[in-house]
Design a protein. Sequence first.
Length: 375
Amino acid sequence: MNYKEAGFREFYHHFVAVPLKANLLPLIKDYPWIEQADHILTYGYMDQECGMTLAVLGTAKETEDGFLVIDGNDNVHSIIRISTVAEDEATIITEDDEALKKKYATKIEMLRGYDASEDVEITREMDFLDPFRHEIYVDDVQVLLQKDGMRSEGCWVRITGIGKNCVVGTLLNEPYRDFGCHKGDTISVFAEETADGNVICYSNVETSPKVTREDLMDGRMLEDAVAEFKKKCDEESLLGLVEILRDSYVWIPCQLTWSEYDQKKLVEIAQRISEDPDAITSRELTEYYDSRLMPHIIKSGDHYQLPIFSTEEAMGEFGTRFSKIQKHILDVISLARNNEKKPSKIVLNLFTDPFVIDSEYWVLIEKMKSRIEGE
């Protein structure tokens, strides 16, 4: 079996014996008993910048009963880029897997720095992406950029996360045509089966019109985008909604919390004001007050969710029970991530026309470019 035929999954996080060729001898010159070896024992990992790689662990000799593992050298750290041995007949060692993991635990642990995010690891199991993957840089997929009135163009995208029914990635090369996106931009990638049974991997990069902060301030544009998506329930309207959401300020119901320190501090402030009304500025007091407002988290079943609203009016009677602050959606996502209750959803306009923003959306929103003019 060789890498070109088997693909990356057979090698990824597995022990692999590769034939000891002359060009690999320098990698093990400081290993003991190398004259007895005919293979190099390696462990496969993914270096996103350099592609599939094999970490050299030791040497091995093939026998009638399998591979006899010969000691390596803990003071020597070598690697083999997969392109060097991609066409060589390699052997995946599975029968001694646990014993080998224990024996080489230190060297394997050193490779943890190359671990990808949980989302990227999930995408490495998506076999429908395999026809579009780079053979060596497996997180890089070839994607058709599409825009109305223009011919499609293939570009490379490096997967960085997962969105709703899509993967999210960074555009690796500058398109020849003017699609309105550029190298380094984050785009959403979709896979779809065509009528003839083939699968295409594409990104609809239709350029959205710019907006101003004033357009978004009253919340109506966000509400209209939610209504449009619920009416059409298609990719285009979903993308439009997420783009509007990316630049929106929303209202958060909050509870004012008072710790013992807070109460002591407020007594001190009150004392200073009683002695000298100009001793503290209103700005100082407002900043202190806001810092103690905690977002109101709601429990729904076994999960928690953070309610937000497009306008103060959208809170209805619910809003009269709480203090409220207006925050940018990126700040809201940060609040949700850092809250001790770990809400898994942010819910927009819970009581009128709710739109649930699952945690899988959050990275997509954060990485999306602003549509605000001049930003």
